[in-house]
Design a protein around this ligand. Structure first.
Ligand SMILES: [Zn+2]
Ligand SMILES: [Zn+2]
Length: 237
């Protein structure tokens, strides 16, 4: 089965930690995603396994669908979506046929049975899998977080981590779930430092909104709100 794991050509965790502009896990997953898109369009979009995945998830999630539209892959996506559209028409026709078979009867018991059947029939139109890109990103995220937690046992990496951007809150919360006690301490220490800095910038922004200080030159506090949002949500993946 093809997953993002096969495209593990991303820069190492160390490199990602040295980049102080973004969450290292976000950076690594973004790299993985770019590799994935390249490989998917080069070889896998018409592979039967991948077509089956797309049918199970009934396409990609909203975010990744718009990513694909922006990429302008007209030939590739025409082929993939022809499969999906055809498969959905078949499902709709099947559901319509099954609905016709439901006995129309006013009795209470019949109504209860019909409602149960109706639920099952309609289920056929629902996706049975999540977006395959989201799924792969989630798998890669788990791997990178495991790597980070393992590497944090090393004093040098720990120092590098404390000097890094830190994890976005999304990845921080995921990391906390499986972090051993020593790592929890490091993670919390870093998170607190970053949030304190953002907090002081946000306070500075508010202060300069006051007419008494509004004449003061504007600085990095002007973009503190963007940094705050970014820190909570991470990179767009
Ligand atoms: Zn992140
Ligand atoms: Zn997705």
């Amino acid at each position: 089965m093809v997953t993002l794991a096969l495209f593990n050509k991303s820069p190492s965790l160390i490199e990602a930690l040295r980049n102080v502009e973004d969450c290292p896990v976000c950076l690594l997953c973004k790299e993985d995603l770019e590799y994935f898109y390249r490989w998917y369009f080069n070889e896998y979009y018409n592979d039967t396994t991948w077509i089956a995945k797309i049918l199970d998830s009934m396409g990609f999630c909203s975010k990744h669908s718009w990513d694909l539209i922006r990429k302008g892959k007209d030939h590739e996506m025409s082929l993939v979506y022809e499969y999906l559209v055809k498969s959905t028409i078949v499902k709709l026709e099947r559901v319509s046929e099954e609905l016709k078979k439901l006995e129309l009867n006013k009795s209470r018991i019949r109504k209860v049975i019909n409602n149960k059947h109706l639920k099952e029939i309609k289920k056929q139109l629902q996706p049975i899998e999540v977006c395959p890109i989201c799924k792969s990103i989630s798998e890669r995220t788990t791997t990178w977080i495991e790597n980070l937690l393992m590497d944090l046992k090393d004093q040098e990496i720990k120092e590098l981590y404390l000097d890094s951007y830190g994890l976005c809150m999304n990845h921080f919360n995921l990391a906390l779930e499986s972090a051993p006690p020593e790592a929890v301490e490091t993670l919390i220490q870093k998170q607190t430092e970053v949030l304190r800095k953002i907090n002081s910038d946000l306070e500075e922004y508010s202060r300069k909104r006051d007419y008494r200080y509004a004449h003061e030159p504007k600085g990095e506090e002007q973009t503190a709100w963007i940094r705050a949002i970014k820190f909570f949500v991470g990179k767009e993946l």
